[in-house]
Ligand binder design. Structure first.
Ligand code: SAH
Length: 263
């Protein structure tokens, strides 16, 4: 029996896969990739006799059956997932049938689209004395949200929010953010197809106009919505600096400059 690896392919740019993920692709006997979201370019590292299939049209049961069947005849089977496999990736639904079949599994992390979106927009999701918390969530659509996790409740923290799978729900997002006390001029960044070569789009707006802007740009899928009091900080004239790099702050790797600290 072989081993099934759930590998994070990263957000789109094939170069954003981890070295470990790339090595697994290059020694895989069979790869099942999520064709609608994972760049086929990631398959460039596969050997010519590797069996490659797209799961785009498959149900979860069919995916599990495919992985099980391949693990029974091959040594290394890869399930290539978009971004990081532990976020909105149906990981547990796929691993349970494999566990039942007694097949060994491994998970290799990937660069989530939340991270790639922040990077491409050159934003920091945390800033000293502004916010030190990031919430990854989504807005209720067909998938119900557990109690206590409505956007209204989460948004009351006024920390950074990264919303997956919610670009068609901007109207709800606007009304819930308003109800949670966010101002009309709150900056919001939407990144469509972050890191996909030649396809990425960054839309910068506010709570008041982000929906109209996305409509004009025809953004209605594969987009990350980042709402944060840190957005745009690159252009702020004054910042509270991180203590880690402060001259007067000692830590494990550096002693404070006494002269400055005493002032
Ligand atoms: N596991 C993935 C998320 C899968 S859910 C991850 O870690 O990124 C699919 C959602 O992820 C999309 O609806 C969108 O909100 C987001 N997404 C995936 N790829 C994206 C990309 N390249 N740019 C922006 N958002 C993306």
């Amino acid at each position: 029996m072989g081993k099934v690896w759930f590998v994070g392919a990263g957000p789109g740019d094939p170069e954003l896969i981890t070295v470990k993920g790339r090595d697994l692709i290059s020694r895989a006997n069979a790869i099942l990739y999520a064709g609608s979201l994972v760049s086929a370019a990631a398959m460039r590292w596969a050997t010519t006799n590797c069996e490659i299939a797209d799961s785009k049209g498959m149900t979860l049961e069919e995916i599990a059956a495919w992985l099980t069947a391949k693990a029974q005849v091959h040594c290394t089977v890869v399930r290539l997932q978009t971004g990081d496999p532990t976020l909105y990736g149906a990981l547990i639904e796929m691993t349970q049938p494999l566990d039942r079949a007694g097949i060994e599994i491994g998970v290799v992390p990937g660069v989530s689209s939340a991270m790639a979106s922040a990077a491409t927009a050159m934003e920091s999701l945390t800033l000293p004395e502004v916010t030190q918390t990031v919430i990854f969530s989504r807005v209720e659509g067909r998938t119900p949200m557990p109690e206590g996790e409505s956007l209204l409740e989460l948004a009351k923290h006024h920390c950074t929010l990264c919303l997956f799978l919610s670009i068609t729900l901007l109207r709800t997002i606007q009304s819930e953010l308003r109800a949670a006390g966010w101002r009309e001029d709150t900056p919001i960044v939407v990144v469509h197809k972050a890191s996909w070569p030649d396809q990425e789009k960054i839309i910068r707006g506010t709570l008041a106009d982000i929906r109209d802007q996305c409509r004009v740009e025809k953004i209605n899928s594969q987009a990350m919505i980042i709402i944060s009091p840190t957005l745009g900080a690159r252009h702020w004239p004054k910042l509270k600096k991180s203590k880690l790099y402060d001259k007067t702050f000692s830590h494990r790797f550096r002693k404070a400059d006494k002269k400055v600290a005493g002032n």
